[in-house]
Design a binder for this molecule. Structure first.
Ligand SMILES: Nc1ncnc2c1ncn2[C@@H]1O[C@H](COP(=O)(O)OP(=O)(O)OP(=O)(O)O)[C@@H](O)[C@H]1O
Ligand SMILES: [Mg+2]
Length: 496
């Protein structure tokens, strides 16, 4: 137990106030210290702190006590309104009693439990925003005298101080809870779920190369987790404390992309009112993630190649060469080899960005991960103040029989949607989009051949349409049927 050295009262108060600003002590230690200091200054034999356990009933419980009897006191609950402390809670006012034996409010039980006869007692409320959160009590003076006005004044000041500490701790607890929530969200953001060999191979590879500066190319179908892996690599590597800057090459026209990447000087073009640093500069010492690299226009590809080769560039409209140390991660869902063959992508740039290639598997090739992913998404998308929903009977095998053309993103979105649509505790296949909830019918012995084949055609056609982003002409080509026939099937099978 800490005590602040005796010395003068002013000095003691100054010490306490310093501690208040800088301390890393826990609130319990602080409260004990303040109570003991008050005790020492006034010359009191014992002190105790009781806290209101339940705001509604105002039931009190001992929280701290000086001396050796805390063990017994912990078991005592003071019923609401009982004892002197109960009255302090009720009224919010101090009670100074110089002969407790004659005070009708005195609760004998406590004194008996402590085996300490009590003569006088000074009790003060701990007030936060006018609400009583506890009571601090001082019992008997060492010199046998009663509490005088001066003593009461000093002890009351200490009670205020304890209330302040208590408030800070409550705020700190709230902050900690908030922080915990944020941390949870942050952790969820870059968690990669999956025990399948296919995904584990990718995770191992990502971890292995995280510390190096070698350029990484992430490929894989849409929704397979390329962006997630880019974050993982940055977070696990030695640049984790430096910036991670992400830009989508497909979303911006070439001229704007160029300004974004390299920045510009004032007056470099109409509207350039001030100097602006580009993303390469912003990512210095960190990671630059170029997403959808396959969409980058050819003339921008040349400029990018130059920066990678020279590790430096010049801002638009500038003359100064700026050196940067940037780790490059790129991603695409296009087949870059094919793009190179078809001359849509520069071969020299391809070699530069493709030093290490990580190919993320489509979900249909790691169906065994669906169960873990489902559990993870049920937790991630749990509505506030509701328990986590459980997978209903047969749901996992049902989801495993679907081909997931939109990969993990499609699974995540459909789980999120199903959670919203389901009032019950368990998620059933019916809560999933039509093509998913219908998926396994062809496996169920007992349905008619027509139902089974319709179900198959429905799933097959809607997956093909998904892969062409709804383009019926392209889908008809893939399916090798007339476009008009495809339209008729879509209508007949009720595909949305
Ligand atoms: N292994 C995984 N574990 C948990 N969540 C994942 C996993 N893979 C992907 N996700 C989640 O799936 C969604 C899609 O992932 P992400 O955006 O990284 O895919 P992408 O490959 O970049 O897709 P696109 O090519 O369409 O941009 C994200 O919400 C991501 O958090
Ligand atoms: Mg992406």
């Amino acid at each position: 137990m800490k005590h602040i050295g005796k010395g003068t009262n002013i000095e003691t108060l100054r010490n306490i106030s310093n501690l208040f600003q800088t301390t890393s002590l826990g609130v319990d230690e602080l409260l004990a210290m303040v109570m003991n200091t008050a005790k020492d200054i006034v010359g009191v034999k014992n002190g105790s702190l009781l806290l209101v356990q339940d705001e509604k009933t105002c039931k009190l419980q001992f929280y701290q006590a000086s001396g050796k009897n805390m063990g017994q006191l912990k078991d005592i609950d003071l019923p609401p309104g009982v004892g002197i402390s109960g009255h302090v809670v009720k009224t919010g006012k101090p009670i100074i009693s110089n002969d407790v034996s004659t005070d009708p409010r005195w609760f004998q039980g406590v004194s008996e439990k402590m085996h300490v006869p009590v003569q006088s007692m000074a009790s003060f409320p701990l007030l936060i925003d006018k609400k009583v959160v506890g009571v601090v009590q001082f019992l008997d003076k060492v010199d046998g005298t009663t509490f005088n006005d001066k003593n009461v004044e000093v002890l009351e000041q200490f009670a205020h101080l304890m209330a302040k500490f208590f408030q800070v701790s409550q705020n700190r607890n709230l902050l900690n809870a908030e922080f915990g929530k944020l941390k949870e969200q942050y952790l969820h953001r870059y968690t990669i779920v999956g025990e399948s060999k296919a995904i584990q191979k990718c995770i191992k590879m990502a971890e292995k190369v995280a510390d190096s500066k070698a350029a990484i190319l992430l490929t894989g179908e849409s929704g397979t987790g390329k962006e997630l892996f880019a974050h993982l690599i940055h977070d696990r590597g030695n640049r984790q404390d430096k910036p991670f800057i992400s830009v989508s090459c497909g979303a911006l026209p070439a001229s704007i992309l160029e300004r974004e990447l390299f920045g510009h000087e004032k007056g470099a073009f109409t509207g350039a009112d001030s100097q602006k640093i580009g993303l390469f500069e912003a990512a210095d010492k960190g990671t630059l993630f170029l997403d959808e690299l396959g969409e980058m226009p050819l003339d921008m590809q040349v400029k990018l190649l130059r920066v990678i080769q020279e590790e430096s560039f010049i801002r638009l409209g500038g003359t100064e060469t700026i050196k940067v140390d940037v780790r490059l991660i790129t991603a695409t869902n296009r087949d870059l080899d094919k793009e190179v063959r078809e001359r849509n992508f520069r071969q020299d740039l391809f070699y530069r960005v493709n030093v290490i290639k990580i190919i993320l598997p489509p979900l249909r090739e790691k169906l065994e991960d669906i169960s873990d992913l489902l559990t993870y998404f049920l937790k991630k998308h749990k509505p506030e103040n509701q328990p986590i929903k459980k997978p209903g009977k047969g749901l996992v095998s049902h989801l495993m029989s679907y081909s997931w053309p939109g990969n993990i993103r499609e699974l995540e979105n459909s789980v999120e949607r199903a959670i919203v649509l389901t009032d019950e505790e368990e998620l059933l296949p019916e809560a999933f989009p039509f093509e998913i909830s219908q998926a396994p019918i062809e496996l169920n012995v007992g349905s008619s051949l027509k139902d089974a084949s319709d179900s198959f055609r429905r799933t097959f056609i809607s997956n093909t349409l998904k892969s062409t982003e709804g383009n019926r002409t392209k889908a008809a080509q893939i399916l090798d049927v007339q476009r008009s026939y495809l339209s008729r099937l879509i209508k007949e099978l009720g595909i949305k």
